[in-house]
Each structure stands twice: as structure tokens, then as C-alpha cells.
Design a protein around this ligand. Sequence first.
Ligand code: CTP
Ligand code: MG
Length: 217
Amino acid sequence: MKVAALIPAAGSGTRLGLGPKAYVEVAGRSLLAWSVAALAPHADEVLVALPGGLALPRGVPARTVVGGATRQASVQQLLRATDADVVLVHDAARPFVPARVVQDVRAAAQADGAATAALPCADTLVRADAPGSARWGEAVPRADMWAVQTPQGFARAVLLAAHAQAEQDGFEGTDDAGLVARLGARVTLVPGDARAFKVTTPGDLQLAAALARTWDT
Ligand code: CTP
Ligand code: MG
């Protein structure tokens, strides 16, 4: 059973505002290097989708492909470049994912065909009263609500089929488990970890720097 780690890292990092995000450093190491280090022990090969024209940062042992215009297109390029039986898709922008989470997602993907790390919601959830509004509309009961993270693991054939269907339907999602779920296939939710948050805005870099000081999982 061959397992590949697929790392979409081709984004432009618009919200962070420091150039392509995978190359931004935390404690002297690029976000991509941190993420690859977290996944590599659990995979037989590591594949990274990079922005066109850019090379891997120093110290990242991986094969590369050129990413696409969207995250979904980047993952599709990665999927086409591996023959692994099982793929673990993990955002370069989530540098601190504990080994326990990767192991659990991998095991659930092997057992069930599709799985994702996710966190039960701890905050109160509310829908705005209108699209784009910043006014309280209706509270959404948070029981049974999960915030979806990566890694996400799949039998490669399952994810290939989900991407093909999404492309045919012109559907653009924000993650891969969602593409599988919309086909009606079962996706197992594996307890994730708050430390696997996605570095998205400038404040997240401060959190990441603080975490890097004590990171050893
Ligand atoms: N990603 C990718 N290809 C794209 C867009 C995103 O591989 N065309 C990757 C990013 O590099 C990141 C992950 O998908 O590892 C999650 O995306 P996101 O956090 O949105 O990163 P960016 O798209 O780079 O950031 P922004 O949306 O702020 O521009
Ligand atoms: Mg983005």
C-alpha cells in the first residue's frame, strides 16, 4: 500500500500579504518546510504543488509540480503526478499538525476511503442577517458542527473521481473532502488539533512563531 503526501503550496498568500505563503518563514524555516516535515514520516513520497516559476525552498525533500489557479486545480495536478494507493492532502499553510492527527487520518482513509481532520466548534456560531452584513442574524446551534482542517486522506481513486465530477459540474470547493462528500460518499471526521490552524492573516504568524518555540510533535 503506497501512500503519498500531496502538499498544495501554490497559493499567492494575498491575505497574509508577504508574497507566496509557502515561502514565508517561521522560526527560520519556511511554512512549506514545516508542513513537509510533519507529513513526510507518514508517506512513501511527498509531492508539492508550487507557484509557476518558483523553486522549492532550501531543505525540502520532495518532488514538485506546477500548481493551478485555484487550490482545487493544484490538488488535481498533484493527483495526476502520483500512482499511490492512498493520498494525504495537506495545506502548506498548516505547518504545525501533530503526528497523532496525521496517523489517525491515514488510518481512517485506509479503512473508510475518505477522512479529514476536523475540530468540534468551540465558539458560538451565528449567521449574518444578510450577505456581507456584520449584523447578528440567526444563531446556528454549534452542537455537531465541525471546523474542517487538513490533512485529509483518500483512496486515490475516490479523490480522482470526486475531482473529475467537480470539474464536470463546474463546482469549486475549498477542500477535497467536500468534493468527495458531494458525491454521496462517506467521509470520516477524525479529531484534529487546534495547533493545525491555517496561517491565513498576519496575526496567525504571531501564533505560529509562538508555537514554533516549543514544537516537537
Ligand atoms: N493553494 C494552492 N494553489 C492555489 C491556491 C492555494 O496550492 N492556486 C494552496 C495554498 O498554497 C495553501 C492552501 O492551498 O497551502 C490553502 O490556501 P490558502 O490558505 O487560501 O492560501 P493562499 O491561497 O495562498 O492565500 P490567499 O487565499 O490569502 O491568497
Ligand atoms: Mg486562497
